[in-house]
Design a binder for this molecule. Structure first.
Ligand SMILES: *Cc1c(COP(=O)(O)O)cnc(C)c1O
Length: 368
């Protein structure tokens, strides 16, 4: 039986060659590839400073620390996300205040943000989900009005645009991730971007054990972490970044094949794109109506087609319910959407005939 997995990194000989070069050089950490990757990444997204770290979660955590968020503060964010966009707050005893999402893009609903503001609110943490930007104009307006910081989780949306501008670069701090299923990979890895020299220097110090920005290796100015990115990862990042636009285009093409084949199937809803946005597909997520999502997922697994129920609602994760007392019904739109969404296989190398095969199986399973 043919097996089709949900995601796969796209690795070429140029990637392998660049990593091997680092291995042969003997400088495996804090070497020239790290700086080169950061400079090229900053240029690609259009910011002054980029600070590479060991994961997207590390990027978010340093973002929270650099913005000075601390115990008792509140940050408004979305419950329809990967768990780390809320965890990064909990690490610092900052309280995630969830507001529900909107139906078109599955992103935080800006209309609900203002009502959630209290005296303790310090920031908004929008997540650009599945490769599509949240509606940022109203969010920036609210942030300005109430003097709130913005920490953007763009970990799923590298290359996506909002009003023609890259996501992740307009807030105080933006974060990206390079896990192997993302738009580009470094193995494990992440990036913090900002236009503020002060915030960059804080992140640069904290990822490296709180070291001072001097030559003195054993002078620690503040509490820090080992969140550094090694040079093998950075080398891979450089060659991945070089073909990123092409990779985004390829995934867009595969998504358009799915759109065309799936859009007239009753009970299936294909991804919708919000106004003024350009999608950079992280995953291709459909909605399966009439309570048939899990059934379809199980049947496709039996046919060798891997899918995933992206994403479960964060507030209903066991540890979240225990920590904050969340319950079913708290965020009804998120809950309904998270019971209907299903990510289909999406990676470079999938051919039109693979998509036709997957769609044929979906049709067959929904009819039977
Ligand atoms: C992938 C991802 C992250 C970061 O993930 P890491 O595995 O730590 O690199 C953060 N937020 C969202 C929404 C993500 O999808």
């Amino acid at each position: 039986m043919k097996k089709i997995q949900i995601a796969k990194p796209y690795i070429l000989d140029e990637d392998i060659k660049n990593v091997v070069e680092v291995l042969k050089s003997g400088q495996l950490a804090l070497g020239p590839k790290l700086k080169e990757f950061e400079d090229k990444f900053a240029k690609y997204v259009g910011v002054k400073y980029a600070c590479a770290v060991s994961s997207g979660t590390a990027a978010l955590h340093l973002g929270v620390r650099a913005l000075g968020l601390k115990a008792g503060d509140e940050v408004i964010t979305t419950p329809f996300s990967f768990v780390s966009s809320a965890n990064c707050l909990i690490y610092e005893d900052v309280k995630p205040i969830f507001v529900d999402i909107e139906e078109v893009t599955f992103n935080i609903d800006p209309k609900l943000v203002e009502k959630a503001i209290t005296k303790r609110t310090k920031a908004i943490l929008p997540v650009h989900i599945f490769g599509q930007s949240a509606e940022m104009d109203p969010i920036f307006k609210i942030a300005k009005k109430y003097k709130l910081k913005i920490l953007e989780d763009a970990c799923e949306s590298l290359g996506a645009k909002y009003e023609g501008k890259m996501v992740g670069i307009t807030g105080d701090i933006g974060t990206f991730a390079f896990y192997p299923n993302k738009q580009m990979t470094t193995g494990e890895g992440g990036m913090i971007v900002t236009n503020s020299k002060k915030l960059y220097e804080l992140c640069d110090s904290m990822r490296n054990q709180g070291r001072a920005n001097t030559k003195d290796w054993l002078l620690h100015e503040r509490l820090g972490y080992n969140y550094r990115m090694d040079d093998m990862s950075a080398a891979l990042g450089i060659t991945q970044l070089k073909k990123l636009n092409w990779m985004i285009e390829q995934k867009r093409k595969i998504a358009s094949w799915y759109d065309k084949e799936l859009k007239n199937i009753p009970g299936i809803e294909v991804p919708r794109i919000g106004l003024n946005r350009t999608h950079s597909y992280f995953v291709y997520v459909i909605r399966v109506k009439q309570g048939k999502r899990n059934l379809l997922m199980n049947k496709l697994t039996k046919k060798g087609i891997q899918t995933k129920p992206y994403l479960p609602a964060i507030h209903l994760q066991p540890f979240m319910k225990e920590l904050f007392g969340f319950k079913r019904g708290d965020y009804p739109i998120t809950e309904r959407i998270s019971e209907e969404t299903l990510a289909l296989p999406l990676y470079i190398g999938l051919k039109k005939k693979d998509i036709e095969f997957i769609v044929k199986e979906i049709k067959y399973e929904l009819d039977s």
